[in-house]
Design a protein around this ligand. Structure first.
Ligand SMILES: NC(=O)c1ccc[n+]([C@@H]2O[C@H](COP(=O)([O-])OP(=O)(O)OC[C@H]3O[C@@H](n4cnc5c(N)ncnc54)[C@H](OP(=O)(O)O)[C@@H]3O)[C@@H](O)[C@H]2O)c1
Length: 289
């Protein structure tokens, strides 16, 4: 990865930070993104050590203005982007609209990777082996209701509902994106990281869990840091897609937490789902690849 430039969203904490750490160790020049300047600069210092291989950008990627600002900053600083890791994601409950009027879980998990990839395509096209890696999560692959993509009709904020649908929608969008840019030397693939006890997990309130599980939340908080403390494991699938020579020119695939190729779930192969997700992303962002 020497002389390669990599951008990791959510790279100042959790799985993103560990992914950035692994890529730095492989010699990449890494840019990490978070919302808070002090935290972002501290992460860059920690990851970069005494070298100059890591820099940070501060932007709120739940907002279109933040996504545009990040892309502008990247274009100002770099003439090429080799790898974009759309790691940012999570659950926002109860239902919340962003300042752009987008349901927030959809905004961070689906719209942000779509819009950022569109905006950075000129830099990606300038690389010889450009790769985009999008992170899924939860229990992806369940049904996607095109008329309830942003929980317009019904919001179930529990971990395994709106979040799952958004991650399945992300996979559908990624598959379509891969097909759209297949002739442009840019690959788009999806990684499932597996579980880790991260700032996102720690911030989840009991309201994010179904009623029956809520009494178990204190136990999960106790066990989480003990059972999910291997922070290298959830970077494996992303690092494989981002760096492995065997993934060169391979696009439109999905790998599990062991970095094994896994079939797309049926809902992701449903072209009407892909159409609905794609149209929504295009409409909200006003941009297309
Ligand atoms: N953790 C798990 O068990 C698990 C399991 C399966 C899949 N995943 C997926 O893996 C990815 C990473 O998960 P994680 O648990 O590591 O996430 P996390 O702990 O919530 O990630 C924290 C990082 O995201 C940044 N961030 C949060 N909101 C942001 C925003 N609006 N704009 C810009 N940056 C923002 C934080 O920056 P600041 O706080 O510094 O602003 C920090 O760098 C997600 O896509 C998640 O869905 C996670």
């Amino acid at each position: 990865m020497h002389s390669k430039t990599v951008l990791v969203t959510g790279g100042t904490g959790g799985i993103g930070k560990e992914t950035a750490r692994a890529l730095v160790a492989m010699g990449a020049r890494v840019v990490v993104v978070g919302r808070d300047r002090v935290r972002a600069e501290a992460a860059a210092r920690e990851l970069g050590g005494n070298g100059t291989g890591v820099s940070s950008v501060t932007a709120d990627l739940s907002r279109l203005a933040g996504l545009h600002a990040l892309a502008d900053e990247m274009r100002a600083r770099h003439d090429r982007l080799d790898v974009l890791v759309n790691n940012l994601g999570g659950v926002v409950a109860p239902r919340t609209l962003t300042e752009d009027g987008v349901e927030a879980t959809f905004a961070v998990n689906v719209l942000a990777p779509y819009a950022l990839t569109c905006l950075l395509l000129p830099l990606l096209r300038a690389a010889s082996d450009a790769r985009v890696v999008n992170l899924t999560g939860g229990i992806p692959g369940g049904p996607v209701d095109p008329s309830n993509l942003e929980a317009e009709k019904r919001f179930v904020g529990w971990t395994f509902s709106q979040y799952n649908q958004a991650k399945t929608a992300l996979m559908a969008m990624s598959r379509r994106f891969a097909a759209r840019v297949a002739d442009e030397g840019v690959t788009v693939n999806v990684a499932y990281p597996g579980h880790a006890y991260t700032p996102g997990n720690r911030a989840m309130t009991a309201a994010a869990f179904p009623f029956v599980y809520r009494p178990l939340v204190p136990l999960l908080r106790f066990l989480g840091p003990r059972l999910m403390n291997d922070m290298a494991r959830p970077t494996r699938s992303t690092v494989h897609l981002a760096t492995s020579p065997e993934m060169r020119n391979v696009t439109g695939v999905y790998v599990n937490a062991k970095a094994e190729r896994t079939p797309w779930p049926a809902s992701v192969l449903d072209e009407s789902v892909c159409d609905a997700v794609w149209d929504r992303c295009e409409r909200h962002s006003g941009i297309a690849p």
